[in-house]
Design a protein around this ligand. Sequence first.
Ligand code: NAP
Length: 280
Amino acid sequence: MLAHRFGPTHRDVPVIGQGTWNLERASRKEAVAALRRGLDLGMTHIDTAEMYGSGEAEGYVGEAIAGRRDEVFLVSKVLPHNASKRGTIKACEQSLKRLKVERLDCYLLHWRESIPLTETIAAFEELERAGKIRSWGVSNFDVADLEDALAIAGPGRIACNQVLYHLQQRGIEHAVLPWCERHGVAVVGYTPFGSRFPGPSGAGGRVLAEIAAAHGATLRQVALAFLVRRPSLFAIPKSSRAAHTEENAGAGALRLGEAELARVDAAFPRGAAPRTLPTS
Ligand code: NAP
């Protein structure tokens, strides 16, 4: 499994991780088995949040990583309405309890709302000093939000920005991705399959299918490989079935050549710069 350096953290993190939004809708046994299969295959970056199933997804993750904590790069998120200084610290402690761990590898602000960023960042720094998190980052931050966070925290503090990124929504490539690369911030792409993954009969899907056939791979594996083609990029597909997890893990070993990357780029053009950061 290919790994990239995760922003300023000095940690190498697998490019393909495991998301957990709506994981609690699947049977606990099946979902936990899928997460464990993912760990076996090197998908050790697990992304969760207090929001997911109101904490239930964190419970699933806690069960899946029991006895294997040291293998995992564990990420959770605080909801914006909890993101005051005291609220963030309390939310983190509750996440740790549900996950049955002592520490998170990275803790994110899920998205920005009205609570001042200074409070959230002060809490993140305190949590890091206390050893409850190893690093912190943000999610759904546009360039202006990133500038604000950088001005408060200083350079080398923001580990990642988790944002929407898939073949049919490449809006971050205009400004957010270049900003993050300039400032050494990892970019974690969520919803990598989009709302409707391209089938093999459409024009774009045919390109994916031809490239997939040349590698003995699948269309989704080609899509994921494209989405992590730069050293700043990570993807966190969610799967609640071991068979899906195995397919997604396979993308971590797939290297596309320059000509193949150019074909995917042309088949799924990045389009015009979005006015606001896309989130769905
Ligand atoms: P996604 O990973 O693009 O897609 C998940 C869907 O794809 C599920 O229905 C899953 O089905 C299916 N799937 C997964 N692998 C498959 C495969 N190999 N073949 C066929 N179907 C497959 O969407 P997402 O869950 O929205 O995004 C991924 C993760 O990003 C989330 O789980 C969450 O951790 C994170 N996220 C973060 C934010 C944020 O605001 N920061 C927002 C959205 C998502 P099964 O479950 O049946 O396997």
